[in-house]
Each structure stands twice: as structure tokens, then as C-alpha cells.
Design a protein around this ligand. Sequence first.
Ligand SMILES: *[C@@H]1O[C@H](CO)[C@@H](O)[C@H](O)[C@H]1NC(C)=O
Ligand SMILES: *[C@@H]1O[C@H](CO)[C@@H](O)[C@H](O)[C@H]1NC(C)=O
Length: 317
Amino acid sequence: MATRLASILCLALGLRQVLGATYSQTSSISGSQFLSAFTWQAITDPTHGRVRYVDQASALNQNLTFVSGDHFVIQPDFTNTLDPNGAGRDSNRIQSNQAYETAVMIFNIRHMPQGCGTWPAVWTVGADWPNNGEVDILEGVNDQGSNTATLHTSSGCSMPASRSMTGTALQNNCNVAVNSNAGCGVRLSDTRSYGPTFNANGGGWYAMERRNTGIKVWFWSRNDGSVPAEVKNGATSINTSNWGTPAAFFPDDSCDISSHFGPNNIVIDLTFCGDFAGNSAIYAQSGCPSTCVDFVNNNPSAFRNAYFDFQWLKIYQ
Ligand SMILES: *[C@@H]1O[C@H](CO)[C@@H](O)[C@H](O)[C@H]1NC(C)=O
Ligand SMILES: *[C@@H]1O[C@H](CO)[C@@H](O)[C@H](O)[C@H]1NC(C)=O
């Protein structure tokens, strides 16, 4: 009923919205299952961060990856001071072995990285970037503000100024070649969606639905009474029509989703500084001390809370 009323209101206001769909659970990943569902990418950070990504064996050995029951924890090195001429801070970048097109993914997250110099992200990306698209579900830097959900695409994909979502559009052209690869970001209205405030409230659920009619992102904080029971419980079947207005909505009006997005893998990573967190203007605005790289090199204990703790990830197709 509430959904129906919302639809009628949106139609009356002329806002672009698309009804949801039903899906069945095809994958349920928790605890040690993350170790076989994802590959640790010991690569040079393409975003130029002050980081050294390690492989899975090193991550487990150094306790940068830790599994216990339904806790899957990935955390950076928070004990070593770095040689300014040496490698960056050890951290995890993991990529799902499975790639997805039309799908819903729900992430039940207890804790996310926080702190000056951090740039954590939960996102999806295809081969031959940007031609198969990128969807940033959870991303931010230096504990600044609420979450931003963003698409990055090749040319010819933009978003209507007016659409049915609770967040605020930052820019509407998704093409990576314009606006210095800012993409078409949407800033969430819920301050509990990111960083220290997300953690203080026990985290919550992020969901992303990708269909050829559009891409939607929802967030519910842990004690948010409006979280659908099927999301909270990770039910075996879901109907996204009943989930309410998304936090971010990227419809297909001026973006052919099927040609701008190919198979995408899920990536979860934590880098430091780099092109975004370390941008001198952005770092200066954050109120963080010294320079980003110096801070990351010299303050290992500042990264004790820069960990992700996932309870589960469920995929629906
Ligand atoms: C590994 O990290 C986990 C999560 O932070 C922690 O609970 C555990 O005590 C650590 N283990 C060791 C041996 O330090
Ligand atoms: C999904 O929910 C919508 C809105 O409540 C409803 O109209 C539709 O019938 C539901 N679909 C299924 C398959 O239950």
C-alpha cells in the first residue's frame, strides 16, 4: 500500500521511477566462504594509493584477513610505521570469482574502515574499464560525510536531474572522461551510511539491484525499523518492489544500461590516500592532520578501526 501510494505520488510529481522485481537467492557467503568466493589481488593500486595489497596467504598469515564464525574481517596493518621510501601500508583488495549482470546483492556489514587517509570501497566493475561499467555501492574518504553511490561509464550515459530517490545527485554525467572521472554520484541522506557514524550504529545493510531498466542502491542502518524483513533475514526470495524509495537511483532514460554495463565482479578494498583520499584539496577539507602520505606512514595505530567486518553477502538472480 505504501509502495502503491509512493508510486502514485511519484507519477503525480513526474519523477522517474521503476518498479522492482522478484529474485531467488543463488549464493550465500559468510565467514570462511569468503576465502573461496573471492581472490586476493596483490596488485599495484590503479588509483595510486599509499598501499601494498597482499595475497590471501600473506593476509591470513599477518592476520590482515581473519575469519571466525560469521565474522569475515579484512583489516590493514595497524602496527608498523612505514619507511617513506618503501612500500605502502599492507591491506586487502578482494574480487569475487563470480561476475554478475542482472542481480541483487545484499551486504550485511557490522563495521567499515574509518580514519584519516582511508578510502574504503565496496563496488562492482567489469573488464576493459570503463567499457563494462563500474557501480560504487559504498565509498568515501577521510571519514567525510555520508556514503556516495556512483556509476562510472564510457561516453553516452547520463542521469535525469529529477528521479525518485532519497539521496542527492552530485553530477549527472557518468562518463569517466568528463569531470575528471567523478562519475554520476549520489550522496546519501542518511548520515549513518558511512564511517564512524555507520560503525557507532552497528553498521547495517547495503543492497544494490542492477537491471536493464536501472540500478538502485538502498541502505538501512542496523536499528532502522524500515529494513524489509527479507533483507534483514537474507530470505531465499526477495521482491525489490516492496523495499521503498532507494537511496540512489540510476535509471535508463539517457543511459542504455545493457550496453554500458557488462559482467561485473564485486571488489572490496581499502586503500590509503591516492587519487581521491590523498587529493590535496580533499585531504585539506577533511580536517585531517599533516599530509595524507605522512599521516599513513607514521600513525599505524590510527588504522586499528580501519577494518571491514561482514556478517554475510547474499546474491539473488
Ligand atoms: C586477528 O584479528 C582479529 C580481528 O581483529 C582479532 O580478534 C584477533 O585477536 C587477531 N589475532 C591475532 C593473533 O592477533
Ligand atoms: C512484488 O511486489 C509488488 C508490490 O507489492 C506486487 O505487486 C507483486 O505482485 C509482487 N511480485 C510477486 C511475484 O510477488
